[in-house]
Design a binder for this molecule. Structure first.
Ligand code: VGL
Ligand code: ZN
Length: 180
């Protein structure tokens, strides 16, 4: 059994003050930093959009490739990250899931490294965390979501509860960082 941590989109634009700031998004940072040493591998994903993306018909422009908004939150412990995934890189691509990364195949990486258990944290619960968790389940990984290390966009109130319910119903284990 090998465990990997996937840190989803802990980027400046998803933190308070960012272009698509998630309420309390920065509060996931100390929780993630406190658990990062407990995994065999640490992988990050980054939203990495081109300026003219169709994605920006739904969302304010955010995480434009090579901008400060697309950088990791400055407080995140990044030294342990062994693989950095970039997604949403095409004009016509939302790229919500880390499994849609275009710079490397995430599922090949997990299989090549014999990772069985994937723990997911980061931003945002109701979009990229959910999409990544559901893909992980569909690809056969034991999938865990760390509920005190995620924050939602909540376009509509309760979207976070719905997302957690959907992940749970599909077989994700929901747990808190203290239970690791
Ligand atoms: C995300 C909305 C738009 C996310 C990305 O990281 O959850 N949400 N792009
Ligand atoms: Zn995006």
């Amino acid at each position: 059994m090998k465990k990997a941590l996937l840190i989803v989109d802990v980027q400046n634009d998803f933190c308070p003050g960012g272009a698509l700031g998630v309420k309390e998004g920065d509060q996931v940072v100390p929780v993630i930093n406190s658990i990062i040493d407990r995994f065999d591998f640490v992988i990050s994903s980054q939203d990495w959009h081109p300026e003219g993306s169709v994605h920006f018909e739904k969302w304010p422009p955010h995480c434009i490739a090579h901008t400060r908004g697309a950088d990791f939150h400055p407080g995140l412990k990044t030294e342990k990250i062994g693989l950095k995934l970039r997604k949403g890189t095409a004009d016509k691509d939302d790229g919500y899931s880390a499994f849609e990364a275009t710079n490397v195949s995430f599922s090949d990486f997990l299989r090549d490294n014999k990772i069985t258990d994937l723990y997911i944290c980061g931003l945002a619960t109701d979009y990229c965390v959910k999409a990544s968790a559901l893909d992980a389940i569909n690809q056969g990984f034991h999938t865990f979501v760390i509920t005190d290390a995620i924050k939602p966009v909540n376009v509509n109130p309760g979207d976070d509860k719905k997302a957690l319910d959907e992940m749970y119903q599909n077989g994700c284990v929901l747990l808190e960082s203290d239970d690791l």
